[in-house]
Ligand binder design. Structure first.
Ligand code: ASN
Length: 309
């Protein structure tokens, strides 16, 4: 006979661990089923995603270690490696990629920031935005049906009813969203929505492609969860023109010497591609209906919180 008292918080943690495991399993099956090659993650490299410049970013510094006389950066995202891998001939790839982003402690309150998390990062040679929209819509719809079936017990324990979703998801430009909800539109627009939606056209890093026919407009996108959960994915059609990449790196006042291996490949020619990445923990938070993204991590990595293990 079972004598110990059931610890509800412990039960919730176990339910989140089971949901995470289900998400990883379904994700691998989905991407393999669509003929993607799964790559190993890179954790240390002379190059990493600059994550900006972005006035909304609160990353206080890039993690770095010195090893045998080389300065290696801790991966903030594998975007540059994805472009290189596609150019090496791996036409469809995905990675479950650990990312370290040393966020300011004020991000503790946002409910959606971690300083260490994993993203499912994918890239497709010669793809366009529309290919990514269709892929992600079919991924999320299939994931919802998988989780509802295989993890009904966990959802019930967490008191979570998943919203019904069906593609295609609505698309809005950031200009439309800002004029409706103000510059800080992310959470307001997400609260106002009953299903996931796309936000198009963000002015951001040099590797996202600017529309050659409409300068000042960008061929990139975020996917947002409804119910106030906010950003799920960011991605883009990629800039592959060496001259434009160099001009944008100058525009962003980035130190070219930190991108040399990438730039010398870009000079020889990068393969055009499109892709994106979505955070595993944010996805599990949404599925679980959790208050804070740290609540779904077994080993919490919340900026500003004490790190126990
Ligand atoms: N994974 C994103 C992308 O593919 C980049 C990022 O995480 N900053 O565009």
């Amino acid at each position: 006979m079972q004598t110990e008292v059931i610890n509800m918080e412990g039960e919730k943690m176990k339910a989140c661990a089971a949901l995470t495991s289900g998400v990883l399993r379904h994700t691998a099956e989905f991407f393999h089923g669509n003929n993607f090659t799964q790559l190993m993650p890179v954790i240390l490299s002379p190059i990493t995603d600059p994550l900006g410049p972005d006035p909304g970013s609160s990353v206080i510094k890039t993690g770095e270690i010195e090893y045998l006389g080389s300065k290696l950066q801790i991966t903030q995202s594998m975007i540059l490696h994805k472009q290189i891998a596609v150019s090496m001939g791996i036409g469809k790839l995905f990675i479950i990629s650990p990312n370290v982003r040393l966020e300011h402690p004020r991000r503790r309150e946002s409910g959606r920031h971690l300083f260490e998390f994993s993203q499912v990062d994918f890239e497709i040679a010669h793809a366009k935005s529309e290919d990514v929209f269709l892929l992600m819509e079919s991924y999320l719809v299939s994931l919802f049906s998988y989780v509802s079936k295989e993890h009904a017990t966990e959802l019930a324990l967490l008191g979570r009813e998943l919203p019904a979703i069906a593609g295609p998801f609505p698309k809005y430009t950031t200009h439309e969203l800002a004029s409706k909800y103000g510059d800080d539109w992310e959470i307001a627009a997400s609260l106002d929505s009953t299903g996931p939606f796309w936000a198009l056209c963000h002015r951001r890093e040099f590797y996202d492609k600017e529309d050659p026919h409409e300068p000042g407009h960008y061929l990139n996108y975020d996917l947002l969860y409804p119910e106030g959960f906010g950003e799920a994915l960011s991605g883009a059609e990629r800039e592959h023109d060496y001259g434009i990449i160099m001009r944008k790196i100058g525009r962003d006042r980035l130190d070219k010497s930190r991108y040399l291996p990438y730039l010398s490949l870009a000079e020889k020619g990068l393969t055009p591609s499109a892709g994106g990445g979505f955070g595993v923990e944010r996805l599990v938070r949404f599925l679980a209906g959790a208050d804070h993204v740290g609540d779904v991590q077994l080993f919490r990595r919340v900026p500003g919180e004490e790190i126990l293990v």
